[in-house]
Design a protein around this ligand. Structure first.
Ligand code: DQA
Length: 146
């Protein structure tokens, strides 16, 4: 069965408690459940992971090349800093959709730049947990189009 990697970076394990005024009260487990339902609706399997460590995220991206058809990536703050994550994403050449809960373009200037965007199919941000579901829809359509 075709499968997607939904990959979450640093501090996203704290969703629900972390700055609820910015990120809301939805937990990462809530997002995992919503993503599983949406993947199933597209007849896709899902691997859902979170790490606070850049190297672990890189290893997960490399590993995805073996058994995943695409990646939904919320790289958290590494979005704005990590050339290594950008290189990992371009190395595996899987279709990737960048997501953020918040609208990074409406926040501090240092959040406006993404190292992931140039190697992504596209970026979805500002819709809270819904950003992930829109990304799954976009990847499913992309994969279906062949
Ligand atoms: C985030 C936005 C990033 O700027 C921030 O560092 C995060 C979360 C988001 O989902 O809105 O950790 O990726």
């Amino acid at each position: 069965m075709t499968s997607l990697l939904i990959l979450n970076g640093p501090n996203l394990n704290l969703l629900g408690q972390r700055q609820p005024e910015v990120y809301g009260h939805t937990t990462l487990d809530d997002i995992r459940a919503a993503c599983a339902t949406r993947c199933a609706a597209h007849n896709l399997a899902m691997r859902f992971e979170q790490s606070n460590h850049e190297g672990a995220l890189i290893d997960l991206i490399h590993g995805a090349a073996a058994d995943q058809a695409g990646i939904v990536l919320n790289a958290g703050a590494f979005t704005h800093t990590s050339v290594a994550l950008m290189d990992a994403a371009s190395s595996v050449a899987l279709p990737l959709v960048e997501v953020h809960l918040s609208n990074i373009h409406a926040r501090e200037p240092f959040r406006h730049h993404s190292y992931i965007a140039p190697v992504a199919l596209g970026q979805i941000c500002g819709f809270g947990a819904q950003s992930y579901l829109l990304a799954i829809d976009a990847l499913a359509a992309h994969l279906e189009a062949g």
